[in-house]
Design a protein around this ligand. Structure first.
Ligand code: C5P
Length: 222
């Protein structure tokens, strides 16, 4: 029997990647972090001094980039053309430029093709913004994860402080709000729940609780 696919979408900081990774581990499926792919293209454009708003130039870059996601000790390592960029793609600089790259329809086409290739035999837990609506519309289980903006800002704040960044809470909250707004209002594959997605509000809920809730939902799909 073909293994199931799980699509997890939602706004920034809703806990998608942590939850998706753990769900994948429990179900013995492959976790695919599609945000990491948009981040990898953004990082490479910044590194090579390519203007992130130059759609053609960024698309050419994306087309010739080999992006690999490799599981490692419960995390996922990201490689661009064989070079490890796991940490580089999470810097505030990449985060502040990624919306421009994600709004580029040519880049989306290239990355969606790679993502569909990864999911073509089922057996993936894929997280992002357009997985249930566009990348894997036939996924057996679709979850739309949300949380209040304050809680999402707090989670990001703690994550960045843990990594050693100095951050201003209010500024961080505003950046998250802006990134969501851009993701929701862009022309191509905006962030929105699929009609058949199950909504889960993670405000005040722990990661194990949310993971359990999704595992229970997945049992109804096998
Ligand atoms: O998930 P993460 O916050 O790392 O994603 C970074 C950015 O990549 C998002 O803000 C969004 O603009 C873009 N993205 C997207 N479609 C996806 C995954 C991420 O547009 N499937």
């Amino acid at each position: 029997m073909r293994p199931i696919s799980v699509a997890i979408d939602g706004p920034a900081g809703a806990g998608k990647s942590t939850v998706a990774r753990q769900v994948a581990e429990h179900l013995h499926l492959t976790y695919v972090d599609t945000g990491a792919m948009y981040r990898a293209v953004t990082f490479e454009a910044l590194r090579l001094d390519v203007d992130v708003t130059d759609e053609g130039a960024v698309a050419r870059l994306a087309k010739h980039m080999d992006i690999a996601l490799k599981p490692s000790k419960g995390e996922v390592d990201v490689f661009v053309n064989g070079r490890q960029v796991t940490r580089d793609i999470r810097t505030p600089e990449v985060t502040s430029h990624v919306s421009a790259v994600a709004g580029n329809p040519q880049v989306r086409k290239i990355l969606v093709k790679k993502q569909r290739e990864m999911g073509k035999n089922g057996g993936v837990v894929m997280d992002g913004r357009d997985i249930g609506t566009h990348v894997l519309p036939d996924a057996e289980l679709k979850v739309f994860l949300t949380a209040s903006i304050d809680e999402r800002a707090q989670r990001r704040y703690e994550e960045l402080v843990r990594k050693g960044y100095r951050v201003d809470w209010d500024q961080l909250k505003e950046e998250i709000r802006l990134r969501d707004e851009k993701d929701q209002n862009r022309k191509h594959s905006p962030l929105k729940p699929a009609e058949d997605a199950i909504h889960l509000d993670t405000t005040g809920r722990s990661v194990p609780e949310v993971v359990q809730a999704i595992l229970e939902l997945s049992r109804t799909k096998v």
